[in-house]
Structures are given as structure tokens and as C-alpha cells.
Design a protein around this ligand. Structure first.
Ligand SMILES: Nc1ncnc2c1ncn2[C@@H]1O[C@H](COP(=O)(O)OP(=O)(O)O)[C@@H](O)[C@H]1O
Ligand SMILES: [Mg+2]
Length: 237
């Protein structure tokens, strides 16, 4: 069956930076989405993808593997187009290898998976405005991917009001639509933890969909916060 024209929903997970919970939130959402998607529903299932990843040096599970384990069909079928060993910005790792990250390749790869899947979630590397090449950033890639919805992950800690305010303003001026914000509890909580969600409307119009507590992704996937985020994002597809 050619499903290329049916356009499975595509959710993009980006964030205010690195090490702030994007993969963890993404894996929770993939698990929650898979749990509510019947195997007989058409398409191969729900898959989480990481098309561009650096720091793939054997020191721990890659984001690609973490998302693959959360997915309903095995992600090794979809080896990412751009994987680099050095834990540096992917654009720099690419340059050091004498290549460039071609956004059109990423788009083609994601669309290929999307044609077979029931639903696709893509985690982008770094923050929304991290560079992918000269004049290009994750924001350019979001525009190219034409996702059903985009979620911005940010840590529930001091400084997040600035970082979300700055990222959402910059997104707006770059004509990148962000549909919701998810806060993720940091490893070291600070006194601002639990207060940030209610203060974010001071700095952005983008709704805060949920705050994810500190827990394994398998647990978070079963909690009402994950359901709320999925409901909001999938309503747009
Ligand atoms: N809400 C959370 N509960 C438990 N662990 C979390 C949570 N958010 C992030 N982590 C952990 O913190 C670390 C960094 O998060 P990660 O999702 O890998 O960040 P990013 O994808 O933004 O680089 C990982 O070890 C991840 O499992
Ligand atoms: Mg990650």
C-alpha cells in the first residue's frame, strides 16, 4: 500500500538547549502514543527518530537507541543520516569529517519513514537555534519538515523564564510555529522548581502543556501529563 500521500502525523521535539530533557520527554511521548495506537490502525506503528546526533562514541545509549526502544517498530531499520562520534555541535563534527549536513537529505529520510509509519516523532539536536551549517539551524529544518506540531522542551529550573522567552520570540521572528512547552524536572532541583510553569505566560504566548516530574520514561508515559501533551499536539494533525 502506498501511504506516501496520507501523511502520518509528525511531531517535532526541540528545546532550549542540550541535556535538558528532550530525549526523555520524547521517549515518554513515543511510549504514550504507541500505547494508544492500535496495531491494526494502518501504518507500521509509532516511531521516534533522531536524524542528526553527535557524541555517538559508545559511552552510553544514543538518543537514536533510546527512541528506538520506545518505538513500536524497530528503529534500526532507520539508521540516521548524520551520526558523529565527537561530542561537539553536529555542524562542526560534519565539517571536521569534510561533509555538510544537507537539510534536504534529512527531510527525505524523515518523509520516507513517515510514509510507512502510523506516527513519527523527531528529536532535533541541541536547541532550536543551534546551527546545522552556514545560515542554517534547527529552526530551518523545522520549516522544511512541515511537522504537524512542534513542542519546546525546557528544564524546570532557574533561568528557564529567560530561555523560553528568548527562544519563543526568536521562533516567532523566524516564522517557526511552536505549539506547546513541556518542562522537565532537572537532576538537581532548585527553589524555582514547580513555580516556572505558572510564570511562563509572563514571557510567552505559547501554552505550557505539562511539567514532567523526575521519573523513568516508562512511568511518565502512563501519566496524565503525557496524555495531555499528546492530545494537544495531535489535535493539530
Ligand atoms: N523528567 C526526567 N526524569 C528523569 N530523568 C530525566 C528527566 N529529564 C531528563 N532526564 C535525564 O537527564 C539526562 C538529560 O536528559 P536528555 O533527555 O538526554 O536531554 P537532551 O535530549 O535535551 O540532551 C538524561 O539522562 C535523561 O534521562
Ligand atoms: Mg537528546
Amino acid at each position: 500500500m502506498n501511504r506516501a500521500m496520507s501523511r502520518a502525523p509528525l511531531l517535532v521535539v526541540t528545546g532550549t538547549g542540550t541535556g535538558i530533557g528532550k530525549t526523555h520527554v520524547a521517549a515518554s511521548l513515543v511510549r504514550a502514543w504507541a500505547a494508544r495506537t492500535p496495531a491494526s490502525g494502518g501504518g507500521l506503528g509509532i516511531v521516534g527518530l533522531k536524524p542528526i546526533e553527535s557524541g555517538v562514541d559508545g559511552s552510553g545509549p544514543t538518543d537514536w537507541e533510546t527512541l528506538g526502544q520506545a518505538s513500536t517498530f524497530h528503529v534500526t531499520r532507520f539508521r540516521p543520516p548524520y551520526m558523529y562520534a565527537l561530542p561537539i555541535s553536529p555542524h562542526l563534527a560534519a565539517r571536521q569529517r569534510g561533509e555538510a549536513i544537507e537539510l534536504a537529505n534529512v527531510k527525505e529520510w524523515v518523509d520516507g519513514v513517515r510514509a510507512d509509519a502510523t506516527g513519527v516523532l523527531v528529536e532535533l539536536p541541541g536547541g532550536l537555534f543551534s546551527p546545522l551549517g552556514p545560515g542554517e539551524s534547527n529552526a530551518s529544518l523545522v520549516q522544511l519538515l512541515e511537522p504537524s506540531a512542534v513542542v519546546l522542551v525546557a528544564p524546570d529550573r532557574l533561568g528557564v523564564l529567560h530561555d523560553v522567552g528568548a527562544a519563543t520570540r526568536a521562533a516567532r521572528s523566524a516564522s517557526v510555529a511552536i505549539n506547546g512547552i513541556v518542562l522537565s524536572a532537572p537532576e538537581q532541583p532548585d527553589t524555582s522548581g514547580g513555580t516556572n510553569a505558572a510564570e511562563l505566560p509572563l514571557v510567552t504566548d505559547v501554552p505550557v502543556l505539562a511539567t514532567f516530574r523526575r521519573a523513568p520514561a516508562q512511568e511518565l508515559a502512563r501519566e496524565p501529563e503525557a496524555a495531555r501533551v499528546l492530545d494537544a499536539l495531535l489535535a493539530r494533525s
